[in-house]
Design a protein around this ligand. Structure first.
Ligand SMILES: [Mn+2]
Length: 253
């Protein structure tokens, strides 16, 4: 049995959109990507009952209402349907202690779901910040990061620094509950978060799927995530399913 990994899509002009790079990277690591349908908000529970991992993909801005702020003048495009779907799926994945890989917007969704806040526009609200909206091909690594010691990310990168691509104009401001900052760029902007629990929760502000083919570290991120999904699927199978919270062995108690 290959693990099924939910992938959140975006919705553009009535179409469900998932970039191939996410799907390819997951597939190359031996798990089956499962893009979620927009009509799934009521089915979030059912989706999670049958899945073994969640990849929160990149996309537009989160409605600042979710972190109790008014829209800044430089807020980008917001999609209320996508916000609702992302938060509905994530809440259930967190409940089940499912492995989670959160990328770019995904990191921000995770932070907000945990009660954190965002900087709505780095160039205007943090004028000293580096350029995080790179004007270079997606595979180009435009800025460096410092990786904190004793973290999962440090194990994957096997180094105290790394080089990443960057396509965001927002960033984490206040860090959400049960999350830990594990990497920052030189300007202090938060570039990665990890969950404090024992299950795999990794969130990166860059796009490892675009580096997957020529960056061992980006590949390592997907590998570590896939391994956790494989492990989770095994536990679900052995115990007869992770469908209900009571029988979920991944739950704390
Ligand atoms: Mn960046």
């Amino acid at each position: 049995m290959k693990p099924l990994v939910l992938v959140t899509p975006s919705f553009e002009r009535g179409r469900l959109m998932v970039r191939r790079e996410y799907l390819q990277a997951l597939q190359d690591e031996g798990v089956l990507p499962w893009p979620i349908s927009i009509e799934a908000i009521e089915e979030a529970e059912a989706y999670c009952n049958n899945a073994h991992g969640l990849l929160l993909s990149g996309g537009g801005d989160i409605d600042p209402l979710f972190y109790h702020q008014q829209p800044h003048v430089a807020l980008g495009e917001v999609d209320p349907d996508r916000d609702r779907l992302d938060f509905a799926i994530l809440a259930r994945a967190l409940q089940r202690q499912m492995p989670i890989l959160a990328i770019c917007r995904g990191l921000q969704v995770l932070n907000v779901a945990r009660g954190g806040t965002l900087i709505q526009d780095l160039p205007r609200q943090r004028p000293q910040a580096l350029r995080h909206q790179q004007r270079a091909p997606r595979w180009h690594k435009s800025h460096s990061i410092d990786i904190c010691e004793g973290t999962m990310l440090r194990q994957i990168y096997r180094n105290s620094t790394g080089q990443v691509n960057s396509f965001h104009h927002q960033a984490v401001d206040r860090v959400g509950k049960d999350l830990e900052v594990v990497a920052r760029s030189n300007d202090g902007v938060i570039e990665a978060l990890e969950g404090l629990g024992k299950n795999f929760v990794m969130a990166v502000q860059w796009h490892p799927e675009d580096l997957y083919n020529n960056d061992l570290e980006a590949r390592g991120l997907f590998r570590a995530f896939a391994e956790s999904c494989i492990e989770y699927e095994k536990i679900c199978r052995v115990t007869g399913g992770c469908s209900s919270e009571q029988t979920n062995p991944c739950d704390p108690d």
